[in-house]
Ligand binder design. Structure first.
Ligand code: PFF
Length: 461
């Protein structure tokens, strides 16, 4: 290849773009609804532990594989290991990219559609809080509405990936992410100051451990992976555009802290409002669309605010969606020598087709179930709770045992010389986490939640 590979314009460019990938519907839409479905505080605590002890160490490793090889997930593993098995691990990431983007873009379509709802002032006609939920049900029940906005969102995403790494992805993230942060803080303050918000606060602060089981831990682990965009090569691909002058550990830490804070802020905003208005925390994927319209009607300037909010939510979704499409595109451009534009159009269209049954799960196909889940939830379960943790497990095994620790450390040290000199203990900790802790923990959680561990234990009893 003669064409020079693109690079991020600056270190902050990488952090913002990676944070743009991490921060998205996972924080603002998914985190609140799975916290609501899984009993609140206890789930949040397990999620925070998963993020700190599994998420951050594996994220460092994933970015490192990308930066070292400057390749897409398949090419990266091929270059470092030369065996088919590890190339297949990379392919699993590409597959996860297809699956996640296919239903993610459906939800992003709702956010896009809600920009128009906000503009028409529809929310302000509701006299009862529950009417917002009914309205959401009506919209998502309409096949044309749901497919139309889903298609529009895919076209927007494809447009940005078309423009290439620096121009499209980096420039947008720099301006828009800070504004989104600010709006969420305002929403959180509104939530906290609503009369009756204390019940929501105690829901997210007082853990009820009786609701926790192996499945809860798997969901929390899956959420940690999903929200950090890791386990499938998105961060690996973004890391491949990173310079060796920049520190991976410090970038990964900043991304993790930013991403986690946004989820927590969104969680506080939603649950204070849910309980203050007497809504149901267990509403599922529609939760924020049931809740936020009610909050907007209760705040000064709510009309303008609601428009801004849904615009920014859509943009946050785009900065995540482009990282998913970028993984697929980078693979076909690097490995199969496709032209970028061709790859984007063809795979964008395929993702759209795969996503149609997910969009129909809210209307025509609502009675169709696989393993007790509708198609949408099934796709999410397979990707977030199986493929991503499995990808993370394999990446940590690869780093801990296959790549060679001396080579790993040599690469990690580029840009992080200060950390290596001043805090060698932290580097040691990372080695222990990536080599022993992460693989064992993820393995046990996967085993336990699929029931295999129970069966094994009963055999030995
Ligand atoms: N991290 C994104 C979010 O929280 O919305 C979702 C996501 C993007 C997951 C990219 C995986 C990925 F590769």
């Amino acid at each position: 290849m003669t064409e020079q590979r693109e690079q991020w314009g600056s270190k902050i460019g990488f952090i913002l773009a990676a944070a743009g990938s991490a921060i998205g519907l996972g924080n603002i839409w998914k985190f609140p609804y799975i916290v609501g479905q899984n009993g609140g505080a206890a789930f949040i605590i397990i999620y925070l532990i998963c993020t700190a002890v599994i998420g951050l160490p594996v994220l460092i490793g994933e970015i490192l594989i990308g930066r070292t090889t400057q390749r897409n997930p398949v090419g990266a593993f091929k270059q470092l290991s030369k065996t088919k098995f590890w190339a297949a691990v990379g392919s699993m990431g590409i597959l996860a990219g297809f699956i996640i983007l296919s239903y993610y873009a459906v939800v992003a379509g709702w956010a896009l559609g809600y920009i128009f709802e906000a503009f028409t002032g529809n929310f302000f006609d509701f006299s009862e809080p529950t009417q917002a939920g009914d309205h959401f049900g009506l919209l998502t029940g309409n096949v044309y509405w749901i497919i139309g906005f889903f298609a529009l969102f895919m076209i927007l995403t494809m447009g940005v990936v078309f423009a290439g790494v620096q121009k499209g992805i980096e420039r947008g993230s720099k301006v828009l992410m800070p504004i989104l942060f600010l709006l969420l803080i305002i929403l959180m303050i509104r939530g906290i100051t609503l009369p009756g918000s204390e019940v929501g606060i105690s829901f997210i602060l007082k853990p009820d451990w009786s609701v926790v089981n192996a499945q809860t831990v798997l969901l929390a682990l899956g959420q940690a992976f999903f929200t950090l965009s890791m386990g499938m090569g998105a961060m690996l691909t973004y890391g491949s555009y990173m310079s060796k002058k920049d520190s991976i550990p410090s970038s990964a830490l900043q991304i993790t802290v930013l991403d986690t804070s946004i989820a927590l802020i969104a969680g506080i905003a939603i649950f204070t409002s849910v309980f203050a208005t007497g809504l149901d925390p267990n509403a599922g994927p529609g939760l924020i669309f049931h809740t936020l319209p009610v909050v907007f009607t209760k705040m000064p300037g709510g009309f303008i605010f609601s428009i801004f909010f849904f615009i920014l939510l859509t943009i946050a979704a785009i900065t995540s969606a482009i990282s998913l499409l970028e993984v697929i595109t980078a693979y076909f451009v690097d490995e199969r020598k496709w032209r970028r534009h061709k790859a984007v159009i063809i795979f964008g269209t395929i993702v759209f087709l795969i996503g149609i049954p997910s969009a129909l799960s809210f209307n025509l196909m609502s009675d169709f179930h696989l393993f007790n889940l509708n198609f949408f939830d099934f796709m999410d379960f397979i990707a977030s709770n199986i493929l991503l943790p499995l990808g993370g497990l394999l990446m940590s095994i690869f780093i801990g045992y296959i790549w060679g620790m001396d080579k790993v450390l040599k690469e990690l040290k580029f840009g992080a010389e200060k950390l290596f000199d001043r805090y060698p203990l932290l580097v040691k900790f990372w080695q222990v986490f990536i080599k022993y802790f992460a693989p064992v923990f993820i393995f046990l959680v996967l085993l336990q939640s699929t029931g295999i561990l129970d069966t094994l234990i009963s055999i030995f009893e």
